[in-house]
Design a protein around this ligand. Structure first.
Ligand SMILES: [Zn+2]
Length: 85
C-alpha cells in the first residue's frame, strides 16, 4: 500500500477531481482523503468550485452572490490552509 503526503494530495487534487489520475493513484488519494480532514475539506472546496464554474459556463452569467461567496471562500482557504509558495 503506497503512502501519500498531504502535499502530494494537494498537488494532485485537481486532477483527482477531474478524473485525470490513473485508477491506482486515484484510489490512493481517495484513501488519504478518508483519513485526513484538511485534505478532505480542500477536495470538497475544489469540487464545489468546479461545479460553480461549470454552472457559470452554462448560464453565461455568474450571480453576484455566488461571486462574493467564491471570493470569501478563497480568502478563507488562504488563511486556513498551508502557507502559499
Ligand atoms: Zn492530508
Amino acid at each position: 500500500m503506497s503512502e501519500i503526503s498531504c502535499d502530494d494530495v494537494l498537488h494532485e487534487i485537481e486532477h483527482f477531481i477531474h478524473g485525470e489520475l490513473d485508477p491506482e493513484r486515484s484510489a490512493t488519494l481517495a484513501e488519504h482523503l478518508e483519513g485526513c480532514a484538511p485534505c478532505f475539506h480542500r477536495a470538497e472546496f475544489q469540487r464545489r468550485l468546479r461545479d460553480i464554474v461549470r454552472s457559470k459556463c452554462l448560464q453565461q452569467k455568474t450571480p453576484e452572490h455566488l461571486v462574493l461567496r467564491i471570493r470569501s471562500a478563497i480568502r478563507f482557504e488562504r488563511t486556513d490552509g498551508p502557507p502559499a509558495l
